[in-house]
Design a protein around this ligand. Structure first.
Ligand SMILES: Cc1cc2nc3c(=O)[nH]c(=O)nc-3n(C[C@H](O)[C@H](O)[C@H](O)COP(=O)(O)O)c2cc1C
Length: 327
């Protein structure tokens, strides 16, 4: 399939694996890229710029296909060494960066000068337009369904994607709630040039996370996520567990008086324990409503091949068949 996104990134299929904390290591990024999609290493999961440089080198040894690095600009107590991470990306010859969170404008000149294509993840049309204005090459439009940080506007993709299509000139991919060929074909119909998946890629053979995490996603339904940290204006969609229940109760009791310190125990530093050790109740970890559509743990190759084969069938048999039926 050829779209503006496959052309922009030099990839075979319009499928991107979004950056994910403690999931987006070289093994997963390489598996997605080798399967014809775009794999992405999560920059800030690496404790230093030097570690990121090593992860990039590792990914390059595993695949000869293009892959990217995610740089997330989220509110955090200590500002990471972004210039150092960017240097590691440039020196490592990476040509695609996925930015997310705050406005990446300050870092764009360095990236653009190095010939890097930037796709910025946005949860609203106004932020997407801003990304276009400041010179991003593409956006990843993340609907309310998404795992991670859906923003504060709560607009689901059925509305957000056509709105983005109406306003944007640069290409965009649909993100949030994407799982299969139906997601891809629907996203293309709504004006996207491809799709970005997070949660779906965690439940794959190559995702370097504990099997408990994959099984939790397979077992979860679309009703099993919760939104946390809304009153802090840092809303995150996470999978329900006993720790999240405790956190949600604290939020209910404290209301607008809630401070980050009140819930630090439930959210800080828990990713290595969940993803690495499989401690499923260690804290709140991002997961999309799309868990309700995930029933297996395939290889990335099988997942992507299956999506592309089924998408062709959907378009040629189901959709064209409907048109032929009406002729
Ligand atoms: C466990 C997990 C960790 C994530 N970490 C990040 C991150 O560090 N940076 C980022 O930009 N997005 C992060 N995301 C968001 C994904 O890149 C992607 O936008 C999102 O998962 C799409 O929604 P979906 O899960 O419904 O596919 C994370 C998502 C999950 C599920």
């Amino acid at each position: 399939m050829k779209t503006r996104i496959t052309e922009l990134f030099g990839i075979r299929h319009p499928i991107i694996q979004g950056g994910m904390h403690y999931v987006g290591f070289a093994e997963l990024a390489a598996a997605v890229s080798s399967a014809g999609g775009l794999g992405i290493i999560t920059g800030l999961t690496q404790p230093s710029a030097r570690d990121l440089a090593k992860e990039i080198a590792k990914c390059r040894a595993l695949t000869d296909k293009p892959f990217g690095v995610n740089l997330t600009f989220l509110p955090s107590l200590a500002t990471p060494d972004y210039p150092g991470y960017i240097k590691a990306i440039i020196d490592g010859g990476v040509k695609i960066v996925e930015t997310a969170g705050r406005n990446p404008e300050a870092y764009l000149p360095a990236l653009k000068e190095a010939g890097i294509k930037v796709i910025h993840k946005c949860t609203s049309v106004r932020h997407s337009l801003k990304a276009e204005r400041i010179g991003c090459d593409a956006v990843s439009v993340d609907g309310f369904e998404c795992g991670g940080h859906p923003g504060e506007d709560d607009v689901p993709n059925m509305i957000l994607l056509p709105r983005a299509a109406d306003e944007l000139s640069i290409p965009f991919v649909a993100s949030g709630g994407m799982a299969d060929a139906r997601s891809l074909v629907a996203a293309l119909a709504m004006g996207a040039e491809g799709m970005n998946m997070g949660t779906r890629f965690i439940a794959t053979r190559e995702a370097p996370v504990h099997d408990n995490v994959k099984q939790a996603i397979v077992a979860a339904s679309e009703l099993d996520t919760r939104l946390i940290m809304r009153s802090l204006r840092n809303t995150e969609r996470v999978l329900i567990n006993t720790t999240v229940e405790r956190l949600v109760e604290k939020e209910r009791v404290l209301g607008q008086d809630l401070k980050f310190a009140d819930i630090a125990e439930e959210v800080s530093g828990i990713y290595p324990r969940v993803m690495g050790e499989g401690e499923m109740d260690a804290g709140a970890w991002s997961c999309g409503m799309v868990a309700g559509l995930i029933h297996d743990v395939p290889s990335c190759q099988d997942l992507i091949d299956g999506i592309m084969a089924e998408a062709e069938k959907l378009i040629h048999r189901r959709l064209e068949g409907m048109l032929a039926g009406s002729a």
